[in-house]
Design a protein around this ligand. Structure first.
Ligand SMILES: Cc1cc2nc3c(=O)[nH]c(=O)nc-3n(C[C@H](O)[C@H](O)[C@H](O)COP(=O)(O)OP(=O)(O)OC[C@H]3O[C@@H](n4cnc5c(N)ncnc54)[C@H](O)[C@@H]3O)c2cc1C
Length: 245
């Protein structure tokens, strides 16, 4: 089967994207690592046996064979998304430095459809996934909210530009930019830690914005590691009520 060219950026939110930069390994690599346990050999196995083994590993938490696959992504996302992403210590990151470079005028503004309302059930959540939480008349108000956020980001960026013009050091000038400002990073992770990231960031408890990135990553690993990822979906994130898939 032809694979989609995942090295092309997939657009996310208003200015963000994710693209696959590099990857190593396949379902076969997972199987090879696992079979060494009993001096087994990968090459003589049927697809049914591969499936059976990988599903057994996933179901029973025998996770190290999944670490034999590695992926690197380029991610462009708002800084507040990175604040959450960078909590995943088992990934390796390199991010643009606003001490070296002037950040472009790209600041995330949520559309009125994705603002939602502060959840009454959860202190950390917003009611965006529940269509009954917002009535049609409130959409006009949310449109105003979106415009207010846009106006604020425009004025922040104007001040940033002015400070740069006055030769204020870039490392200080950046402090007037909001956390919705876009940044760019490369992140590398192995497949086991990536599944942990997806388990946490596809959950409806995770913020809407980071979920959009997690969803694209899930699509990519479904394509690259189909047997492992099917096992992950069947055994780890099968509860459709809890996961945004
Ligand atoms: C919905 C949601 C809400 C959150 N809210 C908050 C919040 O309010 N405040 C906040 O600070 N964070 C919050 N977090 C971040 C969360 O606590 C984790 O830091 C983040 O999800 C990374 O998960 P992790 O530790 O499993 O990932 P990784 O850092 O990638 O670690 C993977 C696994 O490696 C092991 N590991 C890694 N480092 C260590 C270590 N030093 N010691 C022991 N074991 C280790 C653990 O088993 C861990 O599960 C939230 C996360 C989610 C998904």
């Amino acid at each position: 089967m032809d694979h989609f060219d995942w090295s092309l950026p997939i657009k996310i939110l208003d200015h963000g994207y994710i693209r696959l930069v590099d990857h190593m390994g396949s379902d076969d690599s997972v199987e090879r690592s696992a079979r060494v346990s009993y001096s087994g050999d990968k090459t003589v196995r049927s697809e049914k046996e591969t499936k059976g083994l990988l599903r057994y590993l996933m179901k029973n938490g025998h996770t190290t064979p999944f670490e034999s696959c590695t992926l690197t992504f380029e991610v462009k996302a708002p800084i507040f998304v990175y604040r959450q992403w960078h909590r995943h210590r088992t990934q390796s990151y390199n991010e643009i430095s606003a001490r070296y470079a002037v950040l472009p005028n790209e600041i995330y503004v949520p559309s009125k459809e994705t603002i939602g309302k502060q959840s009454k059930l959860s202190k950390q959540a917003r009611d965006i996934d529940n269509p009954n939480a917002i009535d049609y008349s409130e959409l006009q108000m949310l449109s105003t909210v979106s415009e207010l956020m846009r106006a604020h980001s425009v004025s922040c960026y104007k001040l940033y530009e002015k400070l740069i013009k006055y030769e204020v050091p870039r490392e200080l000038a950046r402090s007037v930019l909001p956390v919705a400002t876009y940044s760019r990073m490369y992140t590398t992770m192995n497949l086991h830690n990536l599944y942990n990231f997806l388990r946490l960031r596809l959950h409806f408890h995770a913020q809407y914005e980071i979920r959009q990135y997690a969803k694209v990553i899930l699509t990519i690993v479904r394509d690259l590691y189909p047997i492992s990822t099917k096992a992950f979906e069947d055994f780890i994130i099968s509860d459709k009520e809890s996961f945004d898939i």
